[in-house]
Design a protein around this ligand. Structure first.
Ligand code: AMP
Length: 213
């Protein structure tokens, strides 16, 4: 099973991917998370990646495709992609990779959310730097530590108003054309992601259960 989550920044891709992973045992691949982990290397490449992320731009396709291919080599079960592909080049390369593995994309969930809602969410968001768990303002309830691994929660460096605007612009220009791209292939399912986490998850599950009947 191969699932793609396509969405503007802060629409809830990471949260929904985690819920799907927990329930169905998929492997969750978040390119954003992989990039954040790669920053620990503190070398010339990671410095460049950090600058690109803080500028709200896309990291080079070569770096991203290398990360994805490495993850696929160790993937045994279904895969849920969170934050990839993010442009047409990546989408075409991903199609090639799947063909070479004798696989195909099963679902592309487009998590649609107005910019203002996404922006509001971004300011309340905290993440666990250790396990990647995401907390929104409602779930935070003044907690400062991760409920799963007790690590102190942090605010992502790119979750500022200025970077959000740049990330959103990048999304509109580079990523949003993929909505039509996957729609034409009959793979796209639009989900209203302005609803609560539970309601969004239920909408995704409804599609999954209908299709497997
Ligand atoms: P995310 O955690 O998905 O919000 O991604 C955070 C940042 O990582 C993005 O704003 C980009 O700078 C970078 N990034 C994540 N995924 C990709 C990708 N597939 N292609 C290029 N850059 C990416």
């Amino acid at each position: 099973m191969n699932i793609i989550l396509l969405a503007p920044p802060a629409a809830g891709k990471g949260t929904q991917a985690s819920l799907l992973t927990k329930k169905y045992g998929f492997k969750h691949i978040s390119t954003g998370e992989l990039l954040r982990k790669s920053l620990e290397a503190n070398d010339a490449v990671s410095l460049e990646i950090k600058e690109t992320m803080q500028a709200g731009k896309l990291v080079s396709d070569a770096i991203i495709l290398q990360l994805i291919e490495k993850e696929f080599l160790v993937a045994e079960q279904g895969i849920i992609l969170d934050g990839f592909p993010r442009n047409k080049t990546q989408a075409l390369k991903y199609a090639e990779l799947l063909t070479s593995l004798g696989q195909e994309i099963d679902y592309v969930f487009y998590l649609a959310v107005p910019k203002a809602v996404a922006m509001e969410r971004i300011f309340g968001r905290r993440t666990c730097p250790s396990c990647g768990k995401i907390y929104n303002s409602r779930a935070l309830e003044n907690k400062e530590k991760c409920m799963d691994c007790n690590t102190a929660l942090v605010k992502r460096e790119d979750d500022t108003e200025e970077t959000f605007d740049l990330r959103y612009e990048t999304y509109i220009k580079e990523t949003s054309p993929l909505i039509a791209f996957y729609q034409e292939q009959g793979l796209l399912y639009e989900i209203d992601a302005s609803l609560s986490t539970e309601e969004v998850f239920a909408s995704i599950e409804k599609v999954l259960s209908k299709e497997s009947e």
